[in-house]
Design a protein around this ligand. Structure first.
Ligand SMILES: O=c1[nH]cnc2c1ncn2[C@@H]1O[C@H](CO)[C@@H](O)[C@H]1O
Length: 307
């Protein structure tokens, strides 16, 4: 039996691949949209198009249209103007659900009590809001998998990784709420979640609908990742979903309390209590190393199966 999950997404480039992987690995009950990567309407269109293109039959729920404090910027330079590598795809016919994302999260957490897992590959605004409305969400949700935070190499500011930097208040709320959490930080994804030129060519040569989709949506991401100094496109969200599915891909983990900086230049910084010095203990798991080869084969297999 497949595990039950929802995916929380600011849908652009790699988010779409994470959605596809999640729909294969899990019984995916919903995609909840949150402000982040690109213009909100584009994110919704990108999610609906992905669902339609692969006939995923998963509802798309509209969530928060801005982070809690609202002072963030979108990163079209990373994902392309529409978030899909400039791919001018056909307007999706599907519409989002009339139920709001927060309501859907709370409802599904009751329908699948102790079963539901949250794949949080975006700013944590929706999860924080759902928790603030109903604290008992913590007891009903089985697991929250988070792509976010950087040890030292912020991809948005010196210390700020995009998801934590976009809504540090939400990240601080979620990390300290008491959920069972595993975090996959930026540096781990840069190493294990890379699609280098060889893998890119291999995917490209499949010449299937899924490979065409992959190449088109990640075109700008690849150019941007290379400019960052990486050997190919970086897929943080896909790696996180794959680790959620197969924990063996996480080669090394540690468990400590994590806070998120909400002030100053270091806003969004991930503060790990490495030596467990804080008086209160609400530890979360942090992946420090992941298996690139296993990630690659899951990605290729999935694209092949979808054809
Ligand atoms: O430079 C980038 N490369 C890959 N993903 C990025 C980048 N900037 C923002 N994101 C987005 O933020 C998270 C990773 O920090 C991912 O969830 C991705 O959607």
């Amino acid at each position: 039996m497949k595990r039950v999950a929802i995916i929380d997404s600011d849908t652009a480039s790699d988010d779409t691949i994470a959605i596809i992987l999640a729909s294969r690995f899990f019984e995916l009950k919903g995609i909840t949209i949150v402000a982040g990567n690109v213009n909100y309407e584009n994110q919704v269109r990108n999610a609906l198009f992905t669902v339609e293109y692969f006939k995923l039959n998963v509802p798309v729920y509209l969530g928060s249209r801005r982070p809690i404090l609202g002072n963030w910027r979108t990163v079209e330079e990373v994902h392309g103007k529409n978030g899909m590598g400039e791919w001018n795809y056909e307007e999706p016919k599907l519409s989002p659900s009339s139920e709001r994302a927060i309501d859907a999260i709370l409802r599904l957490s009751k329908e699948y009590e102790d079963e539901l897992e949250i794949l949080a590959i975006s700013p944590l605004t929706n999860i924080a809001l759902a928790y603030l409305i109903d604290n008992e969400l913590v007891d009903r949700v089985k697991k929250v998998w988070i792509m976010g935070g950087a040890f030292t190499k912020g991809n948005t500011t010196e210390l700020g990784e995009f998801n934590f930097w976009t809504d540090p208040e939400a990240a601080e709320i979620v990390l300290n709420a008491g959920f069972d959490i595993t975090i996959v930080p930026w540096e781990v994804t840069e190493e294990a979640g890379v699609v280098d030129d060889i893998l890119w060519e291999k995917i490209s040569s499949l010449k299937s609908r899924s490979s065409e989709f992959f190449i088109k949506v990640n075109k700008t991401l690849r150019e941007f990742s290379k400019k960052q100094g990486n050997p190919g496109s970086i897929h943080p969200d896909s790696l996180t979903v794959t680790i959620a599915y197969d924990k063996n891909i996480a080669l090394n983990t540690v468990k400590h309390e994590v806070k998120v900086e909400t002030c100053s230049r270091a806003r969004g910084g991930m503060l790990i209590d490495w030596y467990d010095q804080l008086p209160r203990s609400n530890k979360v798991e942090i992946v420090t190393k992941a298996d690139h080869n296993k990630f690659r084969s899951y990605l290729l297999d999935t694209l092949l199966q979808l054809a």
